[in-house]
Design a protein around this ligand. Structure first.
Ligand SMILES: [Fe+2]
Ligand SMILES: [Fe+2]
Length: 374
């Protein structure tokens, strides 16, 4: 199809005007908010962040261990914000004509673009809050700006700015889908097959050429849907694991509360991804690479049944106890490095510098070394 009639969104601007401000995470606030269609959103200005955190009413000192937890979580949230921003620019809410990627996402759920934009704003709020809280405690916030070096999509709608993450050649782990429909638990040795093999495929349109044919852009949208749930399940597990390491009760409150939001995201994307592997959308095949999304419900396999969107009760703590519906895994041992290695294996950081991996690894190792204590 031709894409000449696509209307570039406000997010296609590439220069930072003097009136734009960077927040402490380096996100160009005005252009980001315009790009996702939420001009005027009630968020604090970046220049106000430090001042606000200095006067924040928070409870006393926190330990270096709690700082290590919060700094790794802040890094994870900056990475989440970066990837979600890319999804929002191309697939989120915009004013004007919808592009074929948005339309494909909206076939999975008519509210899909709003959910993408909302998820993006949530991640931005998590990152900003954690860094501001760290500042309020006299601790160093996390700044990954030096690593915003990866290329943007060239498709109409994407800003042409440096990114922390790449969504253009991903290997998406889809085992979360079968895991949450299984009675086994990875913490007790359970292993789970991929629901569908998504290997070295784009999750966003790379250029305008990816906007068609229809089954090609639908395959990209479906890939994104499985990636959304993969990311948010990872966040759910990360926060559940980190909660077990927090010492200060206010830090525990922060970790549990943000973790609950990650779970809220995850649940929606479970349903969303399932909509792409059932009628009327599936089965279909991307004619450019042969990637097929089957109708999972036609298989008769309960571990693929699309409407089993809540976590099926599974083994928990001990196989001698009754099964329990929970987020899993939640074992905190080595969780931070586990997340770094897992995401690296998906291709999310392809092209990043050794300095990036060193910075992320250092944050992860400090978080993993934390033991709960008072
Ligand atoms: Fe988050
Ligand atoms: Fe998240």
């Amino acid at each position: 199809m031709t894409t000449e009639n696509l209307v570039p969104t406000a997010s296609s601007e590439t220069t930072e005007s003097p009136s734009e401000s960077r927040n402490t995470n380096g996100v160009r606030r005005r252009s980001f908010l315009k790009g996702i269609g939420i001009a005027g959103a009630a968020l604090t200005g970046g220049s106000l962040l430090a001042a606000a955190s200095e006067t924040a009413q928070t409870s006393g000192e926190i330990t270096s261990s709690d700082v290590a937890i919060l700094r790794f979580l802040a890094a994870a949230e900056l990475l989440e914000t970066d990837l979600w921003q890319q999804y929002a620019e191309l697939g989120g809410v915009i004013s004007g004509k919808q592009n074929p990627y948005q339309k494909a996402l909206q076939k999975l759920d008519g509210d899909g673009s709003q959910y993408i934009t909302s998820n993006t704003l949530d991640e931005l709020s998590h990152a900003e809050f954690l860094n501001a809280y760290l500042l309020s405690k006299g601790a160093e916030p996390v700044d990954l700006d030096a690593f915003r070096t990866l290329p943007s999509s060239q498709a109409a709608g994407a800003q042409n700015i440096g990114r922390l993450t790449s969504l253009m050649n991903l290997t998406v782990d889809t085992s979360w889908y079968t895991r949450y429909r299984s009675t086994d638990n990875p913490d007790l040795g359970g292993t789970f097959p991929q629901a569908i093999d998504l290997v070295n495929v784009p999750a966003i349109p790379r250029t305008n050429d990816d906007f068609g044919p229809a089954d090609h852009i639908q395959a990209i949208a479906n890939t994104a849907a499985f990636h959304f749930a993969m990311i948010e399940q990872g966040g759910s597990t990360l926060y559940s694991a980190m909660a077990q390491k927090a010492s200060n009760v206010e830090v525990l409150r922060i970790v549990v509360s943000i973790g609950g939001d990650e779970v809220a995201h995850f649940l929606e994307w479970v349903d969303f991804a399932g909509n792409g592997v059932q009628g009327p959308i599936a089965p279909f095949t991307d004619p450019t690479n042969g990637l097929t999304f089957p109708d999972f419900n036609a298989t008769g396999n309960p571990e693929l049944q699309t409407n089993l969107i809540f976590p099926v009760p599974c083994e928990f703590i001990s196989s001698n106890l009754p099964r329990c519906a929970v987020i899993r895994p939640t074992n905190p041992k080595g969780i931070a490095m586990g997340v770094v290695n897992f995401l690296t294996g998906t291709g999310l950081f392809a092209g990043q510098s050794p300095a990036f991996f060193k910075a992320l690894t250092t944050l992860a190792k400090h978080a993993d070394a934390v033991k709960r204590g008072f």
